[in-house]
Design a binder for this molecule. Sequence first.
Ligand code: 5GP
Ligand code: ZN
Length: 117
Amino acid sequence: MTSDAAADCLFCKIVAGQVPADVVASSERVIAFRDISPKAPVHVLVVPKQHHGDVAVLAAADPALLAEVVALADEVATEHSDGQYRLIFNSGPRAGQSVFHVHAHVLSGARLGWTPA
Ligand code: 5GP
Ligand code: ZN
């Protein structure tokens, strides 16, 4: 595990190759892998390799890295779907965040509903 990794963080372990994942794309600082419990025909998680807790923390610490996350999400949606997608960052448990290493959900491949609450 690198010095950027947080202890007991599932996505740091995926980044380090310690937990297997179906990786669909990567760049120098970002990795994209399929969600284990997909909610759409294409459901990919796009994750900075460095540990940051949520999207606001990432935006404050390294806005260029957040832009790299968005760019890789767009590439994944173009390569694995029709380039139309929803990008979701759940922030906080009540919003549905369960892994506290920032990740963008890329949802695509179907007409998406809009009933989160
Ligand atoms: P959150 O609920 O934090 O917004 O999103 C976490 C996502 O991680 C969930 O959609 C969940 O299905 C996914 N997930 C949880 N454990 C694993 C795993 O071991 N591998 C993969 N690929 N996805 C996981
Ligand atoms: Zn982490």
